[in-house]
Design a protein around this ligand. Structure first.
Ligand SMILES: C[S@@+](CC[C@H](N)C(=O)[O-])C[C@H]1O[C@@H](n2cnc3c(N)ncnc32)[C@H](O)[C@@H]1O
Length: 792
């Protein structure tokens, strides 16, 4: 074997770390047993998780002081036989109908940057055994290097491999496949003595085709074919294309795209294969690759060629996927002019026009978006940037923030944005339960978080030009400061070669970015559905907004689009903040902000809370637990009244009006009073609910109903409360309306319904139609649907 040549070639491909072979001393394995890391239990409380992650860090610090040592050589046959056994076990489970990863998994994110170093790290390897994916995110297999030294290999975060079938893995990494690995880590085992080769990023894996110069002069010590697997991967472009077609017919888009990529590596000029790959990329939403392939075909063939017909349509769809609506529209129109009898482009042209209108005017059909979102969470809408810009803001972590570029009014639209990636309960595999512990924030993450990471990785993998949109987000002090401006300039589409990714996805940095910038979207169209598992989303432009519990802007989602509006009049040049959380208790807010890596919020609400003192904050937190208990509505009225008084007493007398937990407690007392059905109690409930609104920060009009009635709105403030979600106060207003309605005071009932409509209009930007949809269930329960339809 020409080791010098291998070293030169792998260096050229930036593979590494590469240690010259003559430094390798495999003959003297050191079988050092390390202390195992602390054990995780699935039922840990938040405090225990924080304690556990601390212990884990201590263990890690101790472990990483152990100096590098030669990697022990493990018997090749033993490794293969163990892997075959694991695989056979999973095959049996699959036959029985159970899925490979049905057990609960615990994953760690933001693992400290390190290398459990061994002196021998190899970067050119060949698959020896079938793969399995016993863990949700890792593909496990055995590989050998050219010298015949074998290792277990774990591939993390590879697209399409979380909870896929074993056959899928076989097709992706069939035995005999040659891989070149950038930055392989040879990890010390935490149990036993077998080191583990680990690859974290899919962009660190290069599939080496048989005609690659990298393989020239390379001989595998164990023979040209992998023993036990005489069926080597196909070696002709046609055979790969046929394989790709089969996968395509079975809707296995990634496998198809891989097979076509193998075919193109052998025959780069094959137009039909490139055309097929562009369609496979479109299905995968790898728009950059789809666009590039389609464009490549159009430059090669004449416009009359049948391939051009398909390529132009694919090019236009890829542009639409890339949100290049104007260019997409031009391409669809161009296509239509060549095929005037075909109506396929008509609806696409309409969609392009609608998106361009939304983007330039900020005018959306909110009601139809709301309706669509109830059927399908991910809705089609363009992004809109209102009068805001990102500016340097040295006193904020990450150094940036958002300011207004002109005076804005309450309710004005500041941003509409689709997520870069999102995950909802319905996206989670129902046979797997994965707990993710974040070592950075020392918290347990949502079940959706690990899948979110995979989705971001896959999106960049197939759209390398989007790398900076994510990697210019703040990743904490452990990484270079992000640029002062955002978003980064729009990049042009680049080719996507799945066999040799040209983009570098740094997983450790990406995990940190997710910790700092993750959103838990609050959906107007389906808050109930999200109780099963909190959704998770990466909204890149929205990530530029800093937090305040008493923010001057408010946000919510319709389907997966996030909408940010001014919650009060904001003068030009003022920082715009949004609430990252709306918890009533200071300690709960701290816990959520910890997940966003924000130690201390300096808003007025937090300042006042801190002035109340630690003892009162703790007491308030305990009282909240009683208020939240499922049994509270069946507790005697006197007990609920006493609880409300106790909560009120935890707030200092001199502080401002905003007391979110009192708001909640007052509303619970009002609900209890209303439940009695007694007219005196019902009247009293009105006072409690109006006080609750004041505790959220509303100013009531003099004629709010406490004294005489009148035609005007019972609310006198121009500010939308942001210490709570917009649904709570609207709900209270509806309860007040319902109580008046039951007391036969229809004029007052109508005024409070109008107040709820005003609140929804200002915060959601739409009129009666959307109001009726958002509150339909509540109005129905209150038997006020037709009254509301009549008086609004
Ligand atoms: C989603 S980012 C916000 C944008 C960030 N400032 C940037 O430059 O990219 C969240 C991070 O911003 C910082 N941040 C947000 N709100 C803040 C606040 N009120 N005070 C100080 N830093 C804040 C914290 O470091 C937090 O982890």
């Amino acid at each position: 074997m020409d080791t010098e040549r291998l070293a030169v070639l792998t260096a050229g491909l930036s593979l590494g770390p590469q240690v010259p072979r003559h430094h390798h001393q495999p003959a003297h394995p050191v079988a050092r047993i390390r202390r195992p890391p602390p054990r995780y239990r699935h039922d840990m409380t938040a405090n225990e998780v924080a304690q556990y992650t601390k212990e884990y860090e201590d263990w890690f610090e101790e472990d990483r002081k152990i100096p590098p040592e030669p990697a022990p050589i493990v018997d090749r046959n033993q490794l293969v036989s163990d892997q075959k056994q694991r695989r056979a076990h999973l095959e049996r489970l699959a036959i029985q109908g159970a899925r490979a990863g049905s057990a609960a998994n615990a994953l760690l994110m933001n693992y400290p940057i390190h290398c459990h170093a061994y002196l021998h790290i190899t970067s050119l390897v060949r698959r020896l055994a079938p793969a399995d994916s016993a863990r949700m995110v890792a593909v496990q297999t055995v590989v050998e290097d050219t010298e015949g030294i074998a290792n277990d290999l774990s591939i993390y975060n590879f697209p399409s491999t979380s909870s896929c079938s074993l056959e899928h893995l076989d097709a992706l990494f069939s035995p005999g496949t040659v891989l070149a690995i950038r930055e392989p880590t040879l990890k010390a085992p935490t149990q036993g003595i077998r080191p583990l080769l680990r690859v974290d990023s899919p962009t660190d894996i290069i599939f080496v085709p048989p005609n690659s110069p990298l393989l020239r002069g390379i001989a595998w010590r164990t023979g040209p074919k992998v023993a036990g697997y005489p069926m080597a991967p196909p070696i002709s472009a046609d055979a790969w294309r046929e394989r790709g077609d089969d996968h395509f017919k079975a809707s296995q888009w990634l496998l198809a795209a891989f097979a076509y990529s193998h075919a193109l590596a052998l025959d780069p000029n094959a137009v039909s294969i490139r055309l097929n790959r562009s369609e496979a990329y479109l299905r995968l939403k790898y728009y950059s690759g789809a666009l590039h392939d389609a464009q490549g075909i159009l430059t090669k063939v004449g416009s009359g060629d049948p391939s051009a017909y398909k390529a132009l349509f694919r090019l236009a769809k890829a542009r639409y996927g890339r949100r290049e609506y104007s260019m997409a529209q031009n391409d669809f129109v161009r296509w239509k002019s060549r095929h005037p009898d075909d109506s396929a482009a008509d609806s696409w042209i309409d969609r392009c026009r609608a998106r361009l209108r939304e983007r330039t005017t900020g005018v959306y059909d909110w009601s139809s978006l709301f309706r669509n979102a109830r059927r399908q969470i991910r809705v089609d809408a363009a992004d809109f940037f209102g009068p805001i810009e990102v500016r340097r803001m040295g006193h904020r972590g990450g150094g940036r923030g958002v300011v207004t570029t002109q005076d804005v009014k309450t309710g004005e639209l500041l941003l509409v944005t689709k997520p870069f990636a999102s995950v909802y309960a319905s996206d989670l595999p129902n046979d797997q339960f994965t707990v993710t512990l974040d070592l950075l924030s020392r918290t347990k993450r949502e079940r959706t978080d690990s899948l979110l990471l995979s989705r971001i990785i896959e999106k960049i993998y197939g759209n390398p030009d989007l790398h900076d949109e994510v990697f210019h987000l703040y990743a904490g002090r452990g990484y270079p400061a992000p640029p002062d401006t955002y978003p980064p300039p729009v990049a042009t589409a680049v080719p996507v070669d799945l066999l040799y990714p040209k983009v570098d996805i740094d997983i450790a940095q990406l995990e940190a970015i997710c910790t700092y910038n993750n959103f838990c979207p609050f959906r107007l169209d389906g808050p109930q559905m999200d109780k099963e598992a909190q959704p998770a989303g990466l909204y890149t432009s929205a990530s530029m907004f800093n937090h305040s519990c008493l923010a001057n802007a408010t946000w919510y989602c319709i389907g997966d689009i996030m909408i940010i509006r001014a919650a009060e009049p904001i003068p030009t040049g003022t920082e715009v903040t949004i609430p990252y959380c709306v918890e009533e208790s200071y300690l709960d807010r701290q816990a959520v902000l910890q997940k966003h890596m924000l130690d201390r919020c300096d808003c007025r609400l937090c300042e006042e809370d801190r002035r109340d003192g630690e003892a009162q904050l703790r007491r308030r937190h305990q009282l909240k637990a009683r208020l939240d208990a499922a049994t509270i509505m069946s507790a005697p009225l006197a007990e609920v009244r006493a609880l409300e008084k106790d909560i009120a007493a935890t707030y200092g007398r001199t502080r401002g009006a905003i007391r979110p937990l009192s708001a909640l407690a007052l509303h619970v007392v009002a609900e209890k009073l209303r439940m009695s059905g007694n007219a005196r109690h019902m009247k009293e409930s009105l006072q409690y609910d109006m006080q609750a609104l004041e505790c959220y920060g509303f100013v009531l009009a003099h004629d709010s109903g406490r004294s005489s009635s009148g035609p005007k709105l019972p609310i006198a403030s121009e500010r939308l409360p942001t210490a709570t979600s917009i649904m709570e106060p609207a709900d209270i207003m509806l309860r007040i309306a319902c109580t008046y309605y039951m007391l036969r005071e229809e004029e007052n009932a109508a005024r409070w319904l109008k107040a709820a409509l005003w609140l929804t209009e200002v915060s959601v930007g739409s009129g009666k139609e959307l109001f009726m949809m958002v509150h339909e269930e509540t109005l129905q329960r209150m038997d006020m649907l037709s009254f509301a339809a009549r008086v609004l």
